[in-house]
Design a protein around this ligand. Structure first.
Ligand SMILES: NC(=O)c1ccc[n+]([C@@H]2O[C@H](COP(=O)([O-])OP(=O)(O)OC[C@H]3O[C@@H](n4cnc5c(N)ncnc54)[C@H](O)[C@@H]3O)[C@@H](O)[C@H]2O)c1
Length: 345
């Protein structure tokens, strides 16, 4: 049985608990939040033991798997302690706030025998999985170009997440906090590492962080990518994520949240408004390609990896590299130049 202890019981902690508690072979047995009232309410809802100090949760012998869902300022400290306690570990993105922290976690994870994963739910959206099936079957040939557009409402974020999200010392800023999803998509879908980046951004003076940005990137093997993000959608707008991949044999256009995929290749030309997945309605496909659907499938997968002793699709190294790309973006914003991405130094 997978016995989960969740640390950080906010918006995302609740989402994980909701899905974990529905998975066969898995139970949420402990929970922790610095807000004692929140921990007690959560514990009552899920039949778990409440804690207000993560170190006490880690001493709970009934917990074999830890979910770290606090603001990222605490990820490093709690992830190090979780590995020292020898538990399976899920850490939310972004993995950590600095290169030193990332390297510390890498070092600690060498030879670690328990499972570790990072939550990039987009890899588990049906829309992405369908696209990956085509890519893995060679429909695009040698991928040379990828474009990612990510749009959302910062006003809505201000309601769903704590105030930490707009404080760079706690959240790392929007480029780290949100673009890691896009860099993970670039690495996963093209199968190529990001070598260098150059970015421009609009700085929100009041909040003191970048709220719109565009970044171009050189990938391994001469391929290129462009990632642009805007937090300026109105409050009532749905999150919008679109990808375009072009290779030597074809192209895919993917609108993740509307579950639309158009593929043009030597093998097929198809405009596919979500009818691709056997046995699912268009509405089902839309849900499975939303953040919640991705989180549900991510959790089903991680529980299966623990129970069947399988290496998780998303490893610590993926979380590390997505964050490391963003350090070079920040560097480029200061220098105005293309900056090399440095991994693991
Ligand atoms: N993978 C994704 O798609 C995704 C989406 C949203 C958020 N996240 C990540 O999930 C994490 C949490 O985000 P959220 O939106 O749930 O935030 P939130 O502000 O809603 O909740 C955070 C909770 O953590 C608690 N907390 C803070 N410090 C703590 C500590 N030291 N020990 C125990 N509890 C502590 C707070 O009291 C709060 O209840 C962040 O790292 C965020 O980046 C990931």
């Amino acid at each position: 049985m997978v016995h989960v202890g969740i640390i950080g019981l906010g918006w995302m902690g609740e989402l994980h608990a909701h899905y974990l508690s529905q998975i066969d072979g898995c139970k949420v047995v402990a929970c922790c939040d610095t807000d004692a009232k929140r921990a007690a309410e959560f514990a009552k809802k899920y039949g778990a033991t409440p804690y207000t100090k993560y170190k006490d949760l880690l001493l709970d012998q009934d917990v074999n798997t830890v979910y770290i869902v606090t603001p990222q300022k605490y990820h490093y400290e709690i992830a190090m302690a979780t590995m020292q306690a020898q538990k399976h570990m899920m850490c939310e993105k972004p993995l950590a706030l600095t290169a030193e922290e990332i390297n510390g976690l890498r070092k600690q994870a060498i030879g670690y025998t328990k499972k570790i994963t990072i939550n990039f739910p987009q890899r588990f959206s049906i829309a992405t999985q369908e696209a990956m099936e085509e890519i893995n079957n060679g429909a695009l040939g040698d991928i040379q170009f990828m474009r990612c557009n990510f749009r959302f409402s910062m006003k809505k974020h201000a309601q769903t997440h704590g105030a930490w999200i707009f404080d760079k010392t706690q959240g790392g800023g929007l480029i780290l906090e949100s673009s890691v999803h896009m860099w993970d998509a670039v690495r996963y879908m093209t199968g190529r590492e990001v070598e260098s980046v150059c970015a421009v951004a609009h700085n929100n003076e009041k909040a003191n962080f970048e709220d719109n940005f565009v970044c171009i990137a050189n990938l391994q093997g001469g391929a290129i990518a462009c990632v642009d993000m805007s937090g300026w959608l109105p409050e009532n707008a749905a999150t919008d994520k679109r990808f375009e991949l072009i290779g030597s044999k074809g192209s895919i256009y993917l609108d993740e949240h509307r579950h639309y995929m158009a593929i043009q290749s030597e093998q097929k030309v198809q405009n596919n408004p979500g009818m691709y997945t056997d046995g699912l309605t268009y509405k089902d496909s839309l849900w499975h390609s939303s953040v919640a659907g991705g989180v549900m499938r991510f959790n089903e997968n991680f529980v299966r990896c623990i129970l069947k002793d399988i290496v998780p699709l998303i490893r610590l190294e993926d979380g590390a590299r997505a964050s490391e790309i963003t350090w070079s973006i920040t560097k480029s914003l200061k220098s105005g130049r293309m900056e090399k991405v440095i991994y693991g130094q």
